[in-house]
Design a protein around this ligand. Structure first.
Ligand SMILES: Nc1ncnc2c1ncn2[C@@H]1O[C@H](COP(=O)(O)OP(=O)(O)OP(=O)(O)O)[C@@H](O)[C@H]1O
Ligand SMILES: [Mg+2]
Length: 368
């Protein structure tokens, strides 16, 4: 079915062949990779797809969503569970809920416990979470090494790691470990907002130059067009290729909105028994995402420089500096901030929104 919101894998995953190939090559060379993109550009989907391909080639893999964990102990346990999954032991480990005697009942898990101290360490309240994190990171590499496998491990929403430690010591600890490891390569993924830039791109950061940085862009428009056409055809909804091209041009190949558009065409068609026009589809998307758009705007528009720049860019591609000078607004400072947050990017001659629907929403907001 046409679901939107959750990461997509397998046959629902489209495009990104070049990016996936490039990242996989780096990882296999032992080079860790940082994947940065604005919200909802398909980072998690791409990471899962890459791990799926590597797993198919019989490599070891692991995936942890840092955002999903509220304390370090649970993060450590998930790292361990993900590593153990390469021997099919994740469920057994998790179902034991920390009881060593339950774990010991499984012969394979017992062998792992005897070989790797970290598994017991995670249940030992005298060992602090930081030491256990350190051992968990070691475990990723050691587990691969002991079984003669390269292991590829992803930390999604990695910027969130700072919630455990604002001082950044945790990053230094991870870096020191990871740099020594021969059998593990890592993907760190996250959005611009989540300080990924300052963690990896800033030359004062401990992670600077440690990993290859890949900034994920839009999907290729042709890939989106074909996918939309094929999907809607498969539901006997024969929308013209010309209409799809115009729609994808507006949506710029933004993966989330392209999927949402397919879903909305489907619904509007089922309801009205006719193909909706692009205006209706876009209005529908604006309606669905209203909460997200309002929240995004609320966060940015508290600052009059940011809101001025965004209002201007939503309507005009030129004249930003002259208009802002008239208003005594420091446009450069606002632009630097908005780029850092993944809201706008530099084009050949001006700046544009990453999120085409946010742009449309601001346009409509100004004139309503
Ligand atoms: N390669 C793709 N093929 C098809 N749909 C995609 C693809 N990538 C992303 N999508 C669509 O975009 C949505 C968001 O994808 P995903 O969760 O992977 O993005 P994200 O960048 O990790 O988002 P967030 O910033 O919220 O974590 C998915 O639910 C899916 O509808
Ligand atoms: Mg994600």
């Amino acid at each position: 079915m046409i679901q939107v919101g959750k990461p997509v894998t397998g046959k629902n995953f489209i495009g990104r062949k070049k990016e996936a190939f490039e990242i996989i090559q780096y990882l296999k060379m032992g080079q860790s990779v940082v994947l940065i993109a604005p919200r909802r550009f398909g980072k998690t989907s791409l990471v899962l797809e890459i791990l799926r391909q590597l797993k198919n080639e019989k490599h070891y893999t692991g995936f942890v969503d840092v955002f999903a964990h509220s304390d370090l102990n649970s993060l450590n346990k998930t790292i361990t569970a993900e590593v153990l999954e390469n021997s099919g032991l994740k469920k057994i480990y998790q179902n034991a809920k920390g009881s060593i005697s339950s774990m010991m009942q499984n012969i394979k898990l017992k062998a792992a416990i005897n070989e790797f101290e970290v598994i017991m360490g995670l249940e030992d309240s005298t060992i602090n979470d930081w030491d256990n994190l350190s051992s968990s990171i070691d475990f990723i590499n050691d587990f691969g090494e002991k079984s003669n496998h390269q292991i590829f491990f992803a930390f999604d929403e990695y910027g969130d790691i700072l919630k455990y430690d604002k001082s950044g010591e945790i990053i230094k600890l991870m870096r020191a470990k990871i740099q020594q490891q021969k059998s593990a390569s890592y993907i760190f993924s996250g959005s611009y907002e989540s300080v990924m830039n300052s963690l990896f791109v800033d030359n004062k950061s401990p992670f600077y130059r440690m990993a290859r940085i890949i900034k994920l862009g839009y999907l290729e428009e042709n890939t989106c067009i074909k996918h939309m056409k094929d999907t809607l055809d498969s539901y006997d909804i024969s929308i013209s290729i010309d209409q799809i091209e115009k729609l994808v041009y507006i949506l710029k190949g933004h993966p989330y909105y392209c999927q949402l558009a397919i879903q909305q065409v489907f619904l509007l068609y089922k309801f009205n028994k006719e193909i909706p026009d692009n205006e209706d589809i876009l209005n529908q998307i604006l309606q669905i995402d209203r909460g997200y758009l309002e929240k995004t705007w609320e966060d940015i528009s508290t600052n009059k420089e940011y809101s001025f720049v965004l209002k201007h860019l939503s309507n005009f591609s030129h004249g930003l500096y002259s208009e802002s000078a008239k208003m005594k607004i420091n446009a450069s400072r606002a632009i630097t901030y908005l780029i850092g947050k993944g809201i706008i990017y530099k084009t050949k001659s001006t700046y544009d929104f990453y999120d085409p629907i946010l742009k449309l929403w601001i346009q409509k907001k100004i004139y309503s």
